[in-house]
Design a protein around this ligand. Structure first.
Ligand SMILES: C[S@@+](CC[C@H](N)C(=O)[O-])C[C@H]1O[C@@H](n2cnc3c(N)ncnc32)[C@H](O)[C@@H]1O
Length: 209
């Protein structure tokens, strides 16, 4: 339940991102790209665990006001460079979501929260999600895609620790207070070198009443 990557999350992710290419590629996540139409132009969007910025930068290119937060300084450096290269403004922050959601910078209110493969330890995940529900604007949207426990058999990407994977019940518990549309899907994912092939994911569209 209290799983943490060996050496701590920041060191683990810094080492993973210490590579000349973007580990998860340069294109936005498919589920996000398909559902961005739900966001009003110029929305204030928070992308949690945004890594090297492929999603946050793409949302900024679509005209949204984007803040990203990630625990890896290496990833955030790559996200800032990608934003500069694409000529868009993104507020790309280094932070541990466990504490960051309680800071001034997190206050929002957010028109949308985007969570793409942001797999967090089970003992902190609910508290982070509930803090974010509180920081979302009325009618604010949640767009979330994550691997399910069935992904462990497929082996095409994602964490090997079961407790950080998401299913319907975990999503309902974490994001209580939102109206949730939850789909369990098998789909082919090709995102950089880390996500490659048939995958089991949960896709969530949420809205704050
Ligand atoms: C699988 S990667 C996904 C990155 C990005 N969302 C994407 O799809 O390209 C998960 C990300 O969550 C970040 N992360 C893990 N634990 C975190 C925490 N406690 N606070 C902030 N970010 C965290 C990692 O640094 C990593 O970038």
């Amino acid at each position: 339940m209290n799983f943490r990557p060996p050496g701590g999350a920041a060191a683990f992710w810094d080492a993973r991102y210490d590579h000349p290419n973007h580990v998860y590629g340069y294109k936005p996540n498919d589920f996000l790209a398909q559902n961005e139409i739900l966001l009003r132009r110029g929305s204030r969007v928070l992308c949690i665990g945004d890594g090297e910025g492929r999603n946050g930068v793409w949302l900024a290119e679509r005209g949204h006001r984007v803040t990203t937060v990630d625990i890896s300084a290496v990833a955030v450096g790559k996200a800032r460079a990608l934003a500069a290269e694409r000529g868009v403004q993104v507020e790309a922050l280094v932070g541990d979501l466990e504490t960051w959601v309680h800071t001034e910078a997190a206050q929002g209110p957010w028109d949308a929260v985007v969570s793409i493969f942001c797999h967090l330890p089970a003992d902190i995940r609910g508290g982070i999600s509930q803090a974010l529900v509180g920081l979302m604007a009325p009618s604010g949207k949640l767009l979330l895609e994550a691997y399910t426990p069935a992904q462990l058999q497929l082996g095409t990407g994602g964490p090997s620790e079961e407790s950080v994977l998401l299913n319907r019940e975990r999503v309902q518990q974490d994001w209580a207070g939102l109206v949730l549309d939850i789909h369990l899907v098998e789909r082919r994912i090709f995102e950089g070198m880390a996500h490659q092939g048939l995958s089991s994911v949960v896709q969530v569209l949420g809205q704050k009443p």
